[in-house]
Design a protein around this ligand. Structure first.
Ligand code: 7RM
Length: 635
C-alpha cells in the first residue's frame, strides 16, 4: 500500500523521509497505484538543474482525461463532477455528472478536431467561469492540443501578446461574461486582439450573455450548434508523460510574460496527490475553490486535481460582493461545501463588512479552509478562523507558484498543527532550502533567506515556451543546482516556514502577480511621460497596491495632472488590464538613481509605505536631492 492518504503527523514525517531518501521509489509507487497509464515508464526521474532538464515517468503513456473522467464512469458515473454556481443567485445551479461531463468533453474534443485542431497545436481559451471553460481545457487535453488559458480580465493587447507568443491557431471565447451587476463584452476584446494575431484560423464562441456580437465570416462560429452535432465519444489521444499539457503565462520582473509549460504525467500525479491530502478530500465532499481557472490555482485545484480524485468541484461564476457580501457563505450553505479555498485579498475584503453577512448562514458543513496567492496576515487569518471556520476548520496556508504546478509548502489539515501566517512544512517530496546573500545554504532553524527548492518534484514547469534560456536564467542561475522561487522566507524554531514575500520586482496585488517592468513600459508610452517607476505599498484589502512615480516631459496645453493620472490608468487598463491600475500617482522631477543608472526602488518603496525614518545610505545616489522633494510631496 502506498501512502496516498496521510492521516497523522508521525505518518507525515515517515512518508516525508521516504520521499526524500528514495524519491523515485516513492513517486513510482504513488503513480502506479492511483492512476491509469496506457504504458508504464522506462525511468521515473531524470534531472539536471544545470541545463536545466527534468523528466518524470519518461516513456510512459497516458491521457489525463482518462484519469479525470473515463476511469470514474463505472464507479461515479452519476456523481456530480462539476457543480456550476452562476453569477445570478436566481439562476439555477448546474450539477454536471461524471458521465455527462465525459460526454460534453468528448463532444467539444470532436468539434476541435473537426475545426482542424490536432495534437501539439496551441488553443487559446478566453472564457468566463462557466462550465464550457473547464470543458474546453479537458477537450484540448483529450486530443493532445496544448491549452493556453488567458484570464478573461486581461485586455486585448495582453491577450494578443499571449496568443502570438505561443502561436495559437484557435481562440475559444464567449459573447460576454457576467461579473456581479456588470456584463462584459468579451468577444469585442477578442476581435480587437485578433487584429494583430495572424495565426488565428478559427474562433469558437459560447453563448452566455446573449449580447450582440459581430461574427467574422469564415473565422468565427457559434459553438453550440457544432456541439449538438458532435458525437459524445472521442478516443483519447495517447500522450507521452512529458508531452506538454498546457501553457500558462505568468508575469516576470522584466520583459514579456513567461509561458510556463506543464507536462502530462508528473503534473497529474502531483496535483492529484496534493489535492487528496491538503484538502483531506473524501468521497462525499463538496469542494470549492473560488479562484478563476485563468490562474494556476484554477487549473490545478478546480479542474485537474479534484477530477483526478473523482471529486465534486464547484465552479463559481460570480464575485464575493454580489448580490451582497454574504454570497460566498450563501453558496457554502446551499451546496453544503466541505472544503473552501480562497485568497487573503477576498478574506480581507469580507472582513471589512458586517459580520452579519457571515452569521446569517449555516457554515457547519465546512471542514477545511484554504488560503493561497500571497501571505495571509494575522488579522485576516484570525477572522477566517473565528468566523468562517468557527475555530473548528483548520486553515491550510498553501504556498506555491504557477511554475511549481502544485502546492509546495502547506499544512495537512488535522495532521500538521497550524500557526497563523505560517505555511508550515514542505509537502511530501519537496526539499526547500533557504539561501543567504552569499549563496550559501542556511542550515538549521531560526534563519531567514531566499527560498529555493533543491530537488525536482513531478509538477514543476519544464521550460518557458520558446525560451529555454530564459527559464534557465530566471530560475536556475541565481543558486547553483537549485530552483529559485523569487520569494523570501523564514524557518522558525520548529522548522515551520513563513513566506515573507517577493524579493524581486514582482508585486502581488489582490493575489495577482504583476511585474513592474511591463506596467512602467505602458506608462512610458504616454506622450507626456518621460520616465516612471512603480513600487508596491501595503493596502488593507489588496495586500499591496501600486504607487507610480512619474516624470513628465512637459504638460501641454489643456492638460492637467488629474487628467494625466486618469489617462495613465486608462492606458494601463487597455494594455494590461484593470488589475494593474495605479492607486497613487505622484509626479516628480527625478527618480533616485545609482551611479550605474539603476532606479533605487528600495527608497521609493519606503516613501510609498510612509516608512521614511531610516532610508539607509543614499550617499551613493547620483541625485540625492530628489529624495527630499519626493518625500515632501508624497501621497
Ligand atoms: C498559486 C499562486 C506565486 C507567488 C509566490 C508568492 C505568492 C502564493 C502564497 C504566497 C505567501 C502563500 N501562483 N504566494 N501563495 N505567498 N503565502 N500561501 O499564487 O504564480 O500566481 O503566484 O504568490 O510570492 O511566488 S502565482
Amino acid at each position: 500500500m502506498s501512502n496516498y492518504h496521510i492521516k497523522h503527523l508521525e505518518e507525515y514525517f515517515q512518508v516525508y523521509r521516504k520521499s526524500v531518501r528514495n524519491p523515485e521509489g516513492f513517486w513510482e509507487e504513488i503513480a502506479e497505484e492511483h492512476f491509469s497509464w496506457r504504458k508504464k515508464w522506462d525511468r521515473v526521474l531524470r534531472w539536471d538543474f544545470k541545463k536545466p532538464e527534468v523528466t518524470w515517468f519518461e516513456g510512459a503513456q497516458l491521457n489525463i482525461t482518462e484519469n479525470c473522467l473515463d476511469r470514474h464512469l463505472s464507479t461515479r458515473g452519476d456523481k456530480t463532477a462539476l457543480l456550476f454556481e452562476p453569477n445570478d443567485p436566481k439562476e439555477e445551479a448546474q450539477h454536471i455528472t461524471y458521465r455527462e461531463l465525459h460526454g460534453r468533453v468528448c463532444q467539444m474534443a470532436n468539434v476541435l478536431k473537426a475545426q482542424g485542431v490536432g495534437k501539439g497545436d496551441r488553443v487559446c481559451i478566453y472564457l468566463p467561469m462557466i462550465p464550457e471553460l473547464a470543458i474546453a481545457l479537458l477537450a484540448c487535453a483529450r486530443i493532445g492540443a496544448i491549452h493556453s488559458v488567458v484570464f478573461a480580465g486581461f485586455s486585448s493587447i495582453a491577450l494578443a501578446t499571449r496568443i502570438n507568443d505561443c502561436d495559437c491557431k484557435m481562440v475559444i471565447t464567449s459573447d460576454g461574461s457576467y461579473r456581479g451587476n456588470k456584463t462584459l463584452d468579451l468577444k469585442s476584446i477578442v476581435d480587437a486582439a485578433l487584429e494583430s494575431c495572424p495565426g488565428i484560423e478559427k474562433v469558437l464562441v459560447v453563448q452566455r450573455t446573449g449580447n450582440a456580437v459581430s461574427m467574422h465570416p469564415k473565422r468565427d462560429q457559434w459553438l453550440e450548434p457544432l456541439l449538438e452535432e458532435a458525437p459524445q465519444l472521442c478516443e483519447a489521444e495517447i500522450m507521452d508523460a512529458e508531452d506538454p499539457l498546457f501553457i500558462l503565462y505568468t508575469s516576470g520582473s522584466t520583459g514579456k510574460p513567461k509561458g510556463m509549460v506543464h507536462t502530462c504525467g508528473g503534473y497529474m500525479v502531483y496535483t492529484a496527490y496534493t489535492f487528496k491530502n491538503i484538502f483531506q478530500y473524501r468521497e462525499e465532499d463538496v469542494y470549492w475553490c473560488t479562484a478563476d481557472i485563468g490562474w494556476i490555482t484554477g487549473h490545478s485545484y478546480i479542474v485537474y486535481g479534484p477530477l483526478a480524485n473523482g471529486a465534486t468541484t464547484v465552479m463559481f461564476e460570480g464575485v464575493p460582493s454580489y448580490p451582497d457580501f454574504g454570497r460566498f457563505w450563501e453558496v457554502v450553505q446551499k451546496h453544503r461545501v466541505t472544503q473552501f479555498y480562497t485568497a487573503p485579498t477576498a478574506i480581507r475584503a469580507l472582513a471589512k463588512e458586517s459580520l452579519e453577512f457571515v452569521e446569517r448562514y449555516d457554515l457547519s458543513s465546512l471542514k477545511v479552509l484554504g488560503s493561497v496567492g500571497e501571505p495571509i496576515n494575522e488579522e485576516a487569518w484570525h477572522w477566517y478562523n473565528n468566523n468562517v471556520g468557527r475555530k473548528q476548520s483548520p486553515i491550510v496556508d498553501t504556498w506555491w507558484q504557477t511554475e511549481t504546478g502544485g502546492i509546495m509548502i502547506s499544512p495537512i489539515p488535522f495532521v500538521t498543527p497550524t500557526t497563523p501566517t505560517y505555511a508550515t512544512l514542505p509537502f511530501i517530496g519537496i526539499q526547500p532550502a533557504l539561501m543567504d546573500e552569499e549563496g550559501q545554504e542556511l542550515t538549521g532553524n531560526q534563519v531567514s533567506g531566499r527560498l529555493c527548492i533543491k530537488f525536482p518534484w513531478p509538477s514543476m514547469a519544464r521550460t518557458i515556451w520558446g525560451d529555454h534560456q530564459r527559464y534557465h536564467d530566471t530560475y536556475f542561475s541565481a543558486y547553483e543546482n537549485k530552483y529559485f522561487t523569487g520569494d523570501g522566507a523564514l524557518r522558525d524554531a520548529v522548522g515551520y516556514y513563513r513566506i515573507t514575500g517577493r524579493v524581486d520586482d514582482v508585486i502581488i496585488v489582490s493575489g495577482h502577480n504583476l511585474g513592474t517592468a511591463p506596467i512602467e513600459d505602458s506608462i512610458n508610452e504616454h506622450p507626456a511621460v518621460a520616465e516612471s517607476a512603480i513600487v508596491g505599498f501595503p493596502h488593507d484589502i489588496k495586500g499591496n497596491a501600486l504607487y507610480g512615480f512619474v516624470i513628465l516631459k512637459e504638460i501641454g496645453e489643456g492638460r492637467n495632472r488629474e487628467n494625466l493620472s486618469k489617462e495613465i490608468n486608462q492606458q494601463i487598463t487597455e494594455q494590461i488590464g484593470p488589475i494593474a491600475k495605479l492607486d497613487k500617482i505622484q509626479f516628480v522631477s527625478g527618480l533616485p538613481k545609482t551611479r550605474s543608472g539603476k532606479i533605487m526602488r528600495r527608497i521609493l518603496r519606503k516613501i510609498a509605505s510612509k516608512d521614511t525614518s531610516n532610508l539607509g545610505d543614499i550617499s551613493t545616489l547620483l541625485n540625492p536631492e530628489v529624495v527630499e522633494e519626493i518625500m515632501e510631496n508624497a501621497l
